[in-house]
Design a protein around this ligand. Structure first.
Ligand SMILES: [Mn+2]
Length: 370
C-alpha cells in the first residue's frame, strides 16, 4: 500500500507480535545486512533514555570502526544528563529539510528500544516513505500499526522481552560479531543503558545476564561511580522543587495500594520545572510502603495527559496501559492520552482498584509476574 507523509502512524491497542524465535539466525541475517551496507542510519524513540542513547552510541562506534557511513538521527535531542556520553556530537536531531535525502539513500536503518514504531515520529515517517530497510533491536512488546498489519514494519527484528535492556542485546551482538574488544567509550555507553533500564540493578528485570554484562563492561574499563555521578547526581533545583509538589499532592486509593499524583502545567510552572523533570517520579511513588501500583499523570499541552504506571511486581499493569492506547513492560508502562487528567484518572482508578483487589484472594508471594 502507498503511504503519504501525512498519514498518521497509529498503533492499534491490542496487537503485539511475537518474540524473535531463532535469535542466532536473526542476528546472523542482520550482521550480513550490516556488512553489505554502506550507509546506515541509527535512531531511537522520542525523548530518548539512557538505554536508547547508550545502544546507539556503542553501535555507532562499532559501525565507524567497520568504515560505514553512519549517522545517528533522533526525533528529539539528548537529555542533558546523557550529554557526557556524546562528547563528539555524534547524535543529531533529525531535520527533514537537511537530512531526508541522506536518509532516503540509506542501505539500512537500525532502530533501538522503540516498542512502538510511532515513537520514531518524523524519522519513522520518512523511513516508510523512502522504503528504507529497517532493523529493530528491542526488549519491549511491539505494537502493530493500523493499516500496516499485513506489512512487516521491519526487515529484521531482534526482539527479546527478557533482556534487561536493549543495550544488553547490543552487547551480545558485539561479543559475537565484533573482532576488536570493546573500547572504553562503548563500554560506558552500554553500561549507562544497563544501569538506567535496571534502575541500577534493582528492578525485576535484573538477572544474571545483567550482572555478567556489567562484569564484562567493568573489565573494559567502566568506573561505575563515574557513570552514576553523571546520570543520578545532577538533579536540577527545579526537579527538587517539583518533588516537593509531588509529595504534597500524593493521593492513595485501593486501601493504600495505589499511589497516584497528577502534576498540572501550573504546578510545573510554579516549580520552574518542565515535563522532563518528572523523570523517575513514578518510581519514587512505587517505593512507598504498601503501594503496589504507582500512577503519575502529567498534564501536557492542549490538556493532554501523559500516564506513567509502575508496579511493585505482584501485578502486571501493561494491560491497563494498552487499554489506554499505550504499552510497555509488565511492571513499567505508560500511555499518552488526548484527554484531561481528571477524566483519565476516572477511567484509570476503577481499573486499578479491580486489579489490586485480586491480591486479597491470594496469599502473598504466590502471584506470578504477568
Ligand atoms: Mn529499554
Amino acid at each position: 500500500m502507498t503511504r503519504t507523509s501525512n498519514d498518521p502512524i497509529i498503533a492499534t491497542r491490542d496487537h503485539v507480535v511475537g518474540e524473535t524465535a531463532d535469535m542466532e539466525a536473526a542476528w546472523q541475517e542482520l550482521d550480513q545486512a550490516i556488512r553489505a551496507a554502506n550507509r546506515i542510519l541509527l535512531s531511537t524513540h522520542e525523548n530518548p533514555d539512557g538505554d536508547g542513547i547508550g545502544s546507539q552510541l556503542a553501535f555507532y562506534e562499532h559501525l565507524e570502526s567497520l568504515g560505514k557511513e553512519c549517522r545517528i538521527l533522533n526525533y528529539t535531542e539528548v537529555p542533558t544528563i546523557y550529554e557526557f556520553l556524546d562528547p563528539n556530537g555524534w547524535i543529531e536531531v533529525y531535520d527533514p529539510e537537511r537530512d531526508e535525502l541522506w536518509l532516503a539513500a540509506c542501505d539500512l536503518a537500525i532502530v533501538f528500544d522503540l516498542g512502538n514504531f510511532r515513537r520514531l515520529e518524523t524519522v519513522g515517517r520518512d523511513l516508510i516513505r523512502h522504503n528504507v530497510a529497517t532493523a529493530a533491536i528491542d526488549h519491549h512488546p511491539q505494537d502493530s500499526f493500523e493499516g500496516l498489519e499485513n506489512e512487516p514494519l521491519y526487515r529484521y527484528l531482534i526482539l527479546d522481552y527478557s533482556a534487561p535492556s536493549t543495550g544488553t542485546l547490543v552487547w551480545q551482538y558485539l561479543q559475537t560479531y565484533r573482532s576488536e574488544p570493546l573500547t572504553n567509550t562503548m563500554a560506558e555507553a552500554l553500561y549507562t543503558a544497563l544501569v538506567t533500564d535496571t534502575g541500577s540493578f534493582k528492578y525485576d528485570n535484573t538477572d544474571e545476564r545483567a550482572h555478567l554484562m556489567a562484569i564484562d563492561l567493568l573489565k573494559a574499563g567502566v568506573k561505575p561511580y563515574n557513570i552514576h555521578r553523571q546520570v543520578y547526581e545532577q538533579r536540577e533545583h527545579s526537579q527538587v522543587n517539583l518533588l516537593g509538589v509531588l509529595t504534597n499532592n500524593l493521593q492513595y486509593s485501593g486501601d493504600g495500594r495505589i499511589g497516584w499524583c497528577a502534576l498540572t502545567q501550573d504546578m510545573l510552572a510554579g516549580a520552574g520545572a518542565t515535563r522532563k523533570d518528572v523523570d523517575g517520579f513514578s518510581d519514587f511513588i512505587r517505593t512507598i510502603k504498601g503501594v503496589e501500583v504507582a500512577v503519575l499523570l502529567t498534564e501536557a499541552d492542549g490538556g493532554k495527559t501523559k500516564v506513567n504506571l509502575r508496579s511493585k511486581g505482584n501485578l502486571a499493569i501493561n494491560d491497563v496501559a494498552q487499554k489506554l492506547g499505550g504499552g510497555g513492560h509488565p511492571f513499567a508502562s505508560g500511555a499518552f492520552i488526548e484527554q484531561p487528567w481528571g477524566e483519565v484518572i476516572e477511567i484509570l482508578l476503577p481499573l486499578l482498584e479491580e486489579k489490586v483487589k485480586t491480591l486479597d484472594n491470594v496469599e502473598e508471594g504466590s502471584i506470578g509476574g504477568s
